[in-house]
Each structure stands twice: as structure tokens, then as C-alpha cells.
Design a protein around this ligand. Structure first.
Ligand code: AMP
Length: 214
């Protein structure tokens, strides 16, 4: 199974990707998480990406495609994978199409997480991310059992630099301009399913399981 989770920042893609990963035993591939790891490691790629990410701008397509090419050939990807935050431009989607074709693989479904901008801003302001395992919580909607500590690994939870309101607004603008055209692109290929991402987390999770069973 190869899934794409499409949607603006704060649409709940990451949370649902983790649930699907547990359910189907296939890895979540989050280009955002991979880039944040590079930043933490202080690599050249990380340094270049950090400047763009902290401005809410996209990282170049060529950088992202080389990350993806290396990631999907790892042994844990044999049964499939869940893309979270990739592709984000038509050029990335086209490159992905060619890459999958070359490997004789087929995209199963693209899940389009729909949510209003006002809801996104509200959600992201309360978001806290685990420094170690990248699990995501929300101070109101999905609080950790112990304040500021991850449920899974007990590490500290932090607010990311790119979760400040002005950066979130810039990320939403990038989404509208560069990523939203993918909705029509995949709808035309009859691969798209719309998800009302303003519903509760478990409601969406149930819907996804039913949808993918079909
Ligand atoms: P995310 O955690 O998916 O919201 O990604 C955080 C940031 O990483 C984005 O705002 C971009 O700067 C960068 N990024 C992540 N994935 C991509 C991608 N597929 N294409 C370009 N930039 C990306």
C-alpha cells in the first residue's frame, strides 16, 4: 500500500499517518521530519533547509526528490509506505510518478485532508512535538498524559520555530499556491478521497480504515 496524505499544515496528516502506520505496519515518510533530523544533525542539507523552513517556504524539489529516492528503497518500505507532507508541488508529484513507474509500484490512494485556515492557525498554536520521537500532541485537543512530556518516550515536548503564527500564515500561502494544485492533479487520476479533517481524531481514523478497506 502506498498512500499520500495531502493537506495544509495543521490538518492532522501526521497524527493520522502514525495511526495508519501502526495499523498497516508500513512506515510513515515525513519529509518535514527527515529535514528536521538533518537540522538537528547540523548537516549541510539541514543548514540550507533551516533557513527556508523558518520562513515557511518550501525546500527545493531536487533536494526533496533525492531524500525520497533514498528513503523508499530502505528494507522497511517493502510492503509500502505513507507519504506525509510529500509531494508538495506538481513537479514533485510528476517526479514521484516516474519514480514509482520505474520501480513498478502503484499509488494506492491520495487522502485530501480539508480544513479551514482559521482552524489551522488555532490548532498549530497549541501544538507540541516530541523532541525525540516526533510524536505530536495538542494542549487542548490531544494533551499528553503528563504536561510537556511525550506519552511514548517521556522526552520533552516543544513548540517548533515554524509553528509561530506569522510563519504558519506563510506556510498556508505556500500551500495554496504550490500544493493545492495537487488536489485537481490527483482527482483527475481518480486517486483522490476527500476527508473532512475538522472532525475528531478517532472519527477520521475510523473513516480512513473503512475507506482503505474498500
Ligand atoms: P512539515 O513538517 O511537513 O509541515 O514540513 C515543515 C517544512 O519542511 C515545510 O514548511 C517546508 O519548508 C519543508 N518541507 C517538508 N516537506 C517538503 C516538501 N515535500 N517539499 C518542500 N519542502 C518541504
Amino acid at each position: 500500500m502506498i498512500l499520500i496524505l495531502l493537506g495544509p499544515p495543521g490538518s492532522g496528516k501526521g497524527t493520522q499517518a502514525r495511526m495508519l502506520m501502526d495499523q498497516y505496519k508500513i512506515p510513515q515518510i515525513s519529509t518535514g521530519d527527515i529535514l528536521r533530523k538533518e537540522i538537528a544533525a547540523g548537516s549541510k542539507l539541514g543548514k540550507e533547509a533551516k533557513v527556508l523552513m523558518n520562513q515557511g517556504k518550501l525546500v527545493p524539489d531536487s533536494t526533496i526528490m533525492s531524500i525520497i529516492e533514498q528513503r523508499i528503497v530502505q528494507p522497511d518500505c517493502k510492503q509500502g509506505f505513507i507519504f506525509d507532507g510529500f509531494p508538495r508541488t506538481i513537479a514533485q508529484a510528476e517526479s514521484l510518478g516516474k519514480l514509482l513507474k520505474k520501480k513498478n509500484l502503484q499509488l494506492t490512494r491520495v487522502l485530501n485532508f480539508m480544513v479551514r485556515d482559521s482552524v489551522v492557525v488555532q490548532r498549530i498554536a497549541g501544538r507540541r512535538t516530541c523532541l525525540k520521537c516526533h510524536a505530536i500532541f495538542h494542549v487542548v485537543a490531544n494533551p499528553p498524559k503528563q504536561a510537556n512530556l511525550c506519552n511514548s518516550c517521556s522526552s520533552s515536548l516543544v513548540q517548533r520555530d515554524d509553528e509561530k503564527e506569522d510563519v504558519v500564515r506563510q506556510r498556508l500561502q505556500e500551500y495554496q499556491q504550490k500544493t493545492a494544485p495537487l488536489i485537481a492533479y490527483y482527482r483527475q487520476q481518480k486517486l483522490l478521497s476527500d476527508i473532512d479533517a475538522e472532525q475528531a481524531i478517532p472519527t477520521i481514523a475510523n473513516q480512513l480504515v473503512l475507506l482503505l478497506r474498500r
